[in-house]
Ligand binder design. Structure first.
Ligand SMILES: Cc1ncc(COP(=O)(O)O)c(C=O)c1O
Length: 396
């Protein structure tokens, strides 16, 4: 039989999706599975985005411009300027989701065996993109006890080698919910300038910040224009995950020109999705206010319900819609599977994401789970109750 690539064999499985067959089995048996495992928002997509697609009268569904139309990119630039992030249309490439922006960024800056330093736990697909590009992920540990704040900058510095091309952060974080402060961003900015490497910030959750905390974009940092690369997406911002539109943003002209060649190889981003996304940019600020109020209320409810469970530790999230919880168990992978296969409260159970898959260091996070609070408050309360009951019964 012809063989597949070593690269393919070493592609990591998604820690979020690998439990799906067990959830499907439970559902087939009539069990209600409450999903705390996946970041699919239940918030309605802005109506004007949906209407824009319905109201098109396209006769030929042509390729669009590789980098997205001038008009669309000008509007995207307007969105950044409104957020005090100084960006022009020529600094933007429209991509097929933030996912493609990540793949382009890694391919553009790194050769095989080059290194990217990432605070762990991190969005698990960074591993997948790095493997596909032949890039080595070098983790730097952030701690639950500190709510996953930026590790000491010396910890990053120690890991820098001649092969280091970038530091990659997610702000606010998936899976941690941590929101980096201006001071933390400034420390990173100073380091990447000193070491002459890139700083990639995945800011797809930029709008989702709580406790009246402001988000600090890396492109607001003076003197970082040649170093800063932003990964962005409409997926979570407008609850449009299925549109598959993201943005790669940088003021480094050589970076954008090189990334454009990778974009040219895939021709263009999807047309209808760009139409929907362009219309979504007109979403009034009141939408974000409402959505944020709801997420903050969910976060507060989640934390107060979790605090009732004995023996667990919680990292307090201040952004995005995820939370890492340490459980009084040894193996969260086993626990998550057991929940789906064996544990029921009135024929209901919960699905959680074991956190080990968000760490690159073997053994870390094995007693932690990630909870996504993208459910209405009643379901969230019920789910945490079931989790608490499960921990009382679990003998793993
Ligand atoms: C941190 C982070 N970055 C990037 C993505 C990719 O998003 P998309 O490709 O849907 O834009 C996600 C999706 O969950 C994410 O959580």
């Amino acid at each position: 039989m012809p063989s597949v690539s070593h690269k393919g064999l070493s592609m990591p499985q998604s820690p979020i999706r690998k439990l799906v067959p067990f959830a499907e089995n439970a559902k087939k048996k009539g069990v209600k599975v409450i999903h705390l495992n996946i970041g699919q928002p239940d918030i309605k997509t802005p109506q004007q985005a949906l209407d824009a697609v319905k109201n098109t009268d396209i006769d030929v569904l042509e390729y669009s411009r590789t980098e997205g139309s001038e008009e669309f990119r000008k509007k995207i630039a307007g969105y950044y300027v409104k957020n005090n992030i100084p960006v022009e249309a020529s600094d933007i490439i429209v991509t097929t989701g933030g996912s493609e922006a990540l793949a382009f960024a890694m391919s553009t800056i790194a050769d095989a065996n080059d290194e990217i330093i990432i605070p762990e736990p991190f969005y698990a697909n960074y591993n997948g993109f790095a493997t596909a590009c032949g890039v080595t992920v070098v983790p730097v540990v952030s701690k639950l006890e500190d709510n996953f704040a930026l590790p000491p900058i010396e910890d990053f510095e120690k890991l820098i080698t001649p092969r280091t091309k970038a530091i990659l952060i997610c702000n606010p974080g998936n899976p941690t919910g941590y929101l980096y402060s201006k001071e933390e961003i400034q420390k990173l900015a100073a380091l990447v300038k000193k070491q002459n490497i890139f700083l990639i910030a995945d800011e797809v959750y930029r709008e989702f910040t709580y406790d009246n905390k402001a988000h600090t974009s890396i492109l607001k940092e003076p003197g970082l224009d040649e170093h800063a690369i932003i990964i962005d997406s409409v997926s979570k911002r407008y609850s449009m995950c299925g549109a598959r539109i993201g943005f790669l943003v940088s003021k480094n002209k050589e970076f954008i020109a090189t990334a454009l060649k990778f974009a040219q190889a895939r021709l263009s981003p999807p047309t209808y999705a760009q139409i929907a996304s362009e219309a979504a940019l007109d979403t009034p600020d009141s939408y974000f206010k409402e959505v944020n109020t709801e997420y903050e209320a969910r976060r507060n409810l989640l934390l107060s319900e979790l605090e009732k469970i004995e023996g667990i530790k919680i990292a307090r999230p201040q952004g995005a819609f995820y939370c890492i919880v340490e459980l009084p168990i040894k193996d969260a992978d086993h626990f998550a599977q057991w929940l789906l296969e064996e544990f029921r409260v009135d024929n209901e159970t919960v699905m959680v994401a074991p956190a080990a898959g968000f760490y690159a260091t073997e053994g870390l996070g094995s007693n932690q789970i990630r909870i996504a609070y993208v459910l209405d408050q009643d379901s969230l309360k019920r789910a945490v109750y079931i989790l608490g009951e499960a921990l009382k019964s679990y003998k793993g």
